[in-house]
Design a protein around this ligand. Structure first.
Ligand code: GA4
Length: 317
């Protein structure tokens, strides 16, 4: 497996208005960048981190009572329902922390703990959603797309089908490290944009166009952003959704790697298609057919293996 030595992760200073061109360049070249000076309060990040560590440190039998993921809930090793597995345990939730999620939590951990978790999660999701919207509006500005909230309004919509995920990769033993055990297999994210934060344990890798895998050094104070498949479609292929994966390691022998990811998605009824201003007649025609987010999820996302090229299924070429 070739690992690129000389890659520098694009770094975006969110508070810097001049960063717009760099932002778009990073989305075009890699579909991935790191965000610093993001204005998400550090205590909001660490509080959710503590809740997550507390949850994953519970006895397995307790955690299993908040599963299986259908697709929401606690999951262990099995990812999705088409045979993918990884060395990971996770908690998948809707960002509005539905009553069903809440009920499962309160019956397992008690109302007070469930309420506290809901509160910490809401605070985190609203801050990170705000940052994601800011990024999407900067992208729209730079691409001269009107109105500038074309993407961000989908995340702000009350019906937005956004997802939140906590992943725990337990420290692997030496034997599995030698086998280069996969924590979370390679894939692209189907939504519009994903915002990831992890503890200081490595594992995340992104794939470059030539297929080389790059290890991304962790940074618990920053966020890492992925362009999702839906943003690739809406920009008619100009911005690229990034293929990424997590490899198991034993850098942090006590707990392992913890990550929290917000997946900003559109409402289920939303029609996703290349934006007319990015489809120049004659020059570059529409690369993708129109679909609703509901249909894409139903017939493509939940009907695929992790590593599948889901955009091929809506491609017109
Ligand atoms: C990848 C991105 C998100 O984690 C996710 C994943 C989902 C799941 O875990 O249920 C999927 C995967 C993800 C894409 C293909 C299908 C569905 C697992 C899988 C094998 C929550 C999502 O939206 O798509």
């Amino acid at each position: 497996m070739a690992i690129e030595q000389f890659f520098t992760c694009p770094l975006i200073e969110l508070s810097e208005p001049d960063s717009k061109p760099q932002l778009v360049k990073a989305c075009e070249e890699f579909g991935f960048f790191k965000v610093i000076n993001h204005r998400v309060p550090i205590h909001v990040m660490t509080r959710l981190g503590h809740e997550a560590v507390r949850f994953f440190s519970l006895p397995l039998a307790d955690k299993l009572r908040t599963g299986p993921p259908d697709p929401f809930g606690y999951g262990n090793k099995k990812i999705g329902s088409n045979g993918d597995v990884g060395s990971v345990e996770y908690l998948l939730l809707t960002t509005n922390y539905s009553n069903q999620d809440y009920q499962r939590f309160s019956s397992t951990f008690g109302e007070a703990a469930a309420e506290n978790f809901r509160c910490v999660l809401n605070e985190y999701v609203s801050s990170v959603r705000k940052m994601a919207c800011e990024i999407l509006e900067m992208v729209a500005d730079e691409l001269k797309i009107q109105p500038r909230n074309v993407f961000s309004k989908l995340l702000m919509d009350e019906e937005s089908d956004s997802v939140f995920r906590l992943n725990h990769y337990p420290p692997s033993d030496d034997e599995s490290r030698e086998k280069n055990l996969i924590g979370f297999g390679e894939h692209t994210d189907p939504q519009i944009i994903s915002v990831l934060r992890s503890n200081n344990t490595s594992g995340l890798q992104i794939s470059l166009r030539d297929g080389k895998w790059i290890s991304i050094p962790p940074d618990e104070t920053s966020f890492f952003v992925n362009v999702g498949d839906s943003l690739q479609v809406m920009t008619n292929g100009r911005l690229k959704s990034v293929r990424h994966r997590v490899v198991a390691n034993n850098n942090n022998k006590s707990f392992g790697r913890l990550s929290m990811i917000y997946f900003g998605g559109p409402p289920l009824s939303e029609k996703i298609a290349p934006l007319p201003s990015l489809v120049k007649a004659g020059e570059s025609e529409s690369l993708y057919r129109e679909f609703t987010w509901f249909d894409f999820k139903k017939s493509v996302v939940y009907n695929s293996r992790l590593a599948d090229d889901r955009l091929r299924r809506v491609s017109l070429r």
